[in-house]
Design a protein around this ligand. Structure first.
Ligand SMILES: Nc1ncnc2c1ncn2[C@@H]1O[C@H](COP(=O)(O)OP(=O)(O)O)[C@@H](O)[C@H]1O
Ligand SMILES: [Mg+2]
Length: 239
């Protein structure tokens, strides 16, 4: 699947000032299943870019094409899900299972099939014992896993995960790393991960898109350990 982002621009107006969250962002990706890491400092436009790809926000200018075709709302709904940063995206008083069922049915998955998917993915994630727990009683890491479980059960081809390590402790980060690697490679899902955490993304991704000031600075496709990635980051995104 080829995704082409051409001159994607998003302007926000704050009082009389114009803020270019994205400023002629260009990228062509021949996506195979796997993890694509979007790396850049705070304010570089990662969240805005993900929201535009997920159809949650319109660009002020520019376009997205899939295999050369115009980006269609229906296609986006059926094939793309975004997991927002933070841990308030799920219904707090409902259980992990109820949330996953709700979001997959919203994405037109048949409820019987959705239930099977939830059980299957929860097992893979070693998360079965949490299915009947309410979100409000879970830790940040457990909430993040719940949101990812719900995202997976929508059967989306492309999952966008904004700042997956936000609020997680070291153990939760390590287990999430393992889990994301596993779903990308075993479930043939494409994951876009935004992060400013180079330690987290090195080791699970070999595709790095460096962003700064709303533009793509570089796309590097090769395995890098965390030190190499830190050096590349400083060189590309440093002041
Ligand atoms: N709704 C908004 N209103 C005004 N400015 C915004 C809004 N959303 C994002 N921005 C601005 O756009 C820039 C990029 O933000 P964002 O996409 O959140 O970056 P990142 O996710 O890389 O930290 C920042 O300067 C931010 O303040
Ligand atoms: Mg962000």
């Amino acid at each position: 699947m080829k995704m082409t982002l051409e001159n994607v621009t998003r302007v926000f107006r704050e009082e009389k000032k114009k803020i270019y969250a994205l400023n002629n962002f260009n990228l062509e990706l021949n996506m195979d299943h796997g993890i694509y890491a979007f790396i850049g400092p705070n304010g570089s436009g990662k969240t805005t870019l993900f929201k535009i790809i997920a159809g949650l926000l319109f660009p002020s200018n520019g376009s997205i094409r899939i295999n050369g075709e115009k980006y269609q709302e229906k296609w986006v709904k059926e094939n793309i899900s975004m997991i927002l940063a933070g841990d308030r995206s799920l219904y707090q008083r409902n259980t992990v299972f109820e949330n996953a069922l709700y979001f997959s049915v919203l994405k037109q998955i048949n409820p019987q099939e959705a239930k099977k998917l939830i059980v299957k993915y929860a097992e893979m994630m070693k998360f079965t014992e949490y299915l009947n727990r309410r979100i409000e009683g879970l830790s940040s890491g457990e909430r993040k896993k719940s949101a990812i479980l719900a995202g997976l059960c929508t059967r989306s081809k492309l999952l966008l995960i904004d700042e997956p390590t936000w609020g997680l402790d070291i153990d939760a980060v390590l287990s999430l790393q393992q889990f994301l690697y596993q779903i990308a490679n075993q479930q043939k899902t494409t994951l876009f991960i935004s992060s400013h955490d180079v330690n987290f993304v090195s080791g699970i991704s070999t595709n790095y898109i460096f962003m700064k000031d709303g533009i793509k600075k570089r796309f590097i496709n090769k395995a890098m350990d965390s030190q190499e990635l830190i050096d590349a980051y400083k060189l590309i995104c440093g002041d």
